[in-house]
Design a protein around this ligand. Structure first.
Ligand code: G6P
Length: 613
């Protein structure tokens, strides 16, 4: 949801900014821009991808060793060259980039207009840079103080970075509900929305806290203050545990394909040190820390958005089935505004790949205020959700760059399986024999996912057969119902085809009316319980001439006989089937999107990290 990168140091800023923006492009790609400070400020902005900006900037004055860059996901104002960031003050001395929304921008804009300010763009961001300019005019103060005063007048969410022509080696950065990371190098500083543009330059970072403003100046110590109270904070320097190879495509055409193929490893990484079938245990540090709150919880409420919400639905099946704790799964955006009943006997679990989704963060804050234990299942280390929660577990999937989530989903489901098993064991709601069987099987999942990858060519063939159908229906029961939702979401996200996920038995209450000889119906039939029911659901589709693509367990005969296409996956314990059955659905949407000429990693209108409401 907009990417920010900034640099000040002895090197040329432009190549660092451009490379950084490419790393951040997954956050938004409507337009991109840079501002370089070299005596004067040169600003270059272009609608479209960072590569458009690069082409446009070629041959121009790209000198300067302080600069800021931005890649945009439009909120206020259409994506074009004028609305692109950075935005300049009226006198041209200040430039600013922003991620988030200034909610009171129209009131501020009217007041500024009365003071003689004129605006070029339709953005809320330009209002902020004019507000800073206005305060600066009234009083001679250092840039950081002027910016801080301006921010006390702002309502909304933001991460901003500002530079001033008159203080050429200084960068001021501030955040409220949108992430910012500061990289500390040798006589140089970096600021970015996440660590990906920083990791190749330095491993030493400070995650700016919510409501804080930072000043970095070459040759000076990093300064951090609170925006509201102007209180000095001590920076907490952390060491990044990220490898540069994780940010490259590594020979794959798209990040999404790379990330799909990484899953045997990421699932294994998620389990490492947390389960041993040999010794018969499952252990999650975060749960151990808060064990009595979990064991005495009246219920677990899961809040999440998008793909993470689908993992939450699988967790509902897992935790209720194995640990017998009531679970509710809520869209974070609904939960936060519906005055939910929560108290200190509840555990609220946030699932988020990025750890920055605005709605999930706000839902957690609400739950915290009401006294619930708040727990995070997060991929991005050091993210806002990870820092807000009382306890939590990282999924350790490494950076996920493709906008459509794949390895984070299976990482989340793996972690939630471990959580359900650990709670079940502690509560005594699972027999020793079943527990042992499940953990033994769980350890085999990475190998079985590897085996599912071998269906790739077959899935690609099926993709070719159905790529032109305007709609698709995904069906599943029990543990595979959320998988159907996830399969449909993947197709919508990256191939722009309409798709719906449904519990297989619910189909006859509506979607069945849509079925004809042109409708592909992707059914996950790997359930052992209710198997006959699924067979009947498939029959119902075939009786209406739908095209059935069935995901079945190796050796299955009945459905394979009636389906148009079958994809076989290895047998496993029923609660673990989502980890295998989702893989062909990820591959199917990937191949359809490629065949339809879509940009798989950067689908239109979407962003990887949604830090606005
Ligand atoms: C965006 C992404 C999705 C993701 C959702 C929730 O919509 O495009 O892939 O599932 O946000 O993000 P989170 O980071 O909280 O899991």
């Amino acid at each position: 949801m907009c990417g920010i990168v900034a640099y000040t140091g002895p090197k040329k800023a432009y190549p660092i900014l451009i490379k950084g923006l490419k790393r951040l492009e997954y956050r938004g790609y409507d337009s991109a821009g840079v501002a370089l400070l070299n005596g004067d400020i040169h600003t270059y902005k272009r609608k479209g991808k960072v590569s458009e900006l690069e082409g446009f900037a070629e041959g121009k004055d790209l000198s300067g060793s302080t600069g800021i860059g931005h890649t945009r996901w439009a909120t206020h104002g259409k994506p074009d060259n004028i609305n692109a960031h950075p935005h300049r003050s009226g006198d041209g001395d200040l430039v600013l980039v922003h991620n988030g929304i200034i909610e009171n921008y129209s009131v501020l804009k009217e007041a500024l207009k009365k003071q003689g300010h004129t605006f070029e763009s339709e953005t809320d961001t330009e209002v902020l840079v004019h507000l800073i300019e206005e305060i600066k005019k009234q009083e001679e103060l250092p840039l950081e103080e002027v910016v801080r005063i301006a921010l006390t007048k702002v309502i909304g969410a933001y991460a901003i970075v500002v530079i001033d022509k008159n203080e050429p080696t200084k960068i001021v950065a501030a955040r409220k509900q949108s992430p910012l990371v500061i990289g500390i190098g040798e006589n140089e500083y970096f600021v970015a929305s996440d660590a990906t543009p920083i990791v190749e330059h330095t491993k030493h970072v400070v995650y700016l806290g919510d409501g804080e403003i930072a000043t970095v100046e070459r040759g000076e110590e990093l300064q951090i203050k609170t925006i509201q109270d102007n209180e000095t904070q001590i920076p907490f320097v952390q060491k990044l545990d990220m490898q540069i190879e994780q940010l490259e495509k590594g020979g794959y055409d798209y990040f999404m394909l790379k990330e799909i193929h990484e899953q045997p490893k990421t699932i294994a990484d998620c389990m490492r040190g947390r389960v041993s079938s040999e010794d018969g245990w499952v252990l999650l540090g975060g749960i151990e820390e808060q064990l009595s709150r979990f064991l005495n919880a009246n219920r677990i409420i899961i809040v999440a958005c998008g793909t993470s919400w689908h993992s939450g639905l699988i967790a509902e099946y897992l935790i209720e089935d194995l640990a017998r704790i009531p679970v509710e799964v809520e869209y974070a955006s609904e939960f936060r505004y519906r005055n939910p009943i929560i108290d200190n006997k509840d555990v609220v679990l946030a699932i988020s790949q990025s750890g920055e989704t605005a709605d999930t963060l706000a839902a957690l804050e609400l739950a915290k205020d009401k006294g619930a234990l708040i727990y995070g299942i997060v991929n991005s280390v050091g993210s806002s959700i990870a820092r807000l929660t009382d306890a939590g577990s990282y999924i350790h999937a490494g950076p996920e760059i493709g906008v459509a989530s794949t390895k984070a989903f299976t990482g989340q489901v793996t972690l939630l399986t471990l959580m359900a098993l650990s709670l079940a064991k502690k509560k005594g709601t699972i027999s020793d024999e079943y527990f042992q069987r499940l953990i033994t099987e769980l350890e085999k999942i990475p190998g079985k996912v590897e085996q599912v990858m071998k269906t790739n060519e077959q899935v690609q063939y099926i993709a070719g057969e159905i790529k032109d159908a305007p709609n698709a229906l995904y069906l599943g029961r029990g543990y595979n119902f959320p998988v159907a939702l996830e399969g449909a979401l993947k197709l919508k996200e990256i191939s722009y085809l309409h798709a719906e996920g449904y519990p297989a038995a619910e189909m006859k209450h509506g979607p069945i009316a849509l079925i004809d000889e042109n409708m592909p119906v992707i059914v996950t039939c790997t359930n052992k319980s209710a198997y006959e029911k699924i067979v009947s659901n498939v029959q119902e589709v075939k009786a209406r001439k739908g095209i059935v693509i069935a995901i079945v367990t190796e050796g299955e005969k009945e459905i394979s006989r009636i389906a148009d296409y079958t994809i076989e996956i290895p047998d496993t314990e029923e609660p673990l089937t989502p980890l295998l059955s989702v893989i062909p659905l990820q591959l199917l949407s990937y191949h359809i999107a490629v065949m339809r000429g879509c940009n798989v990693d950067q689908p239109r209108n979407l962003a990887k990290s949604v830090t606005v409401e």
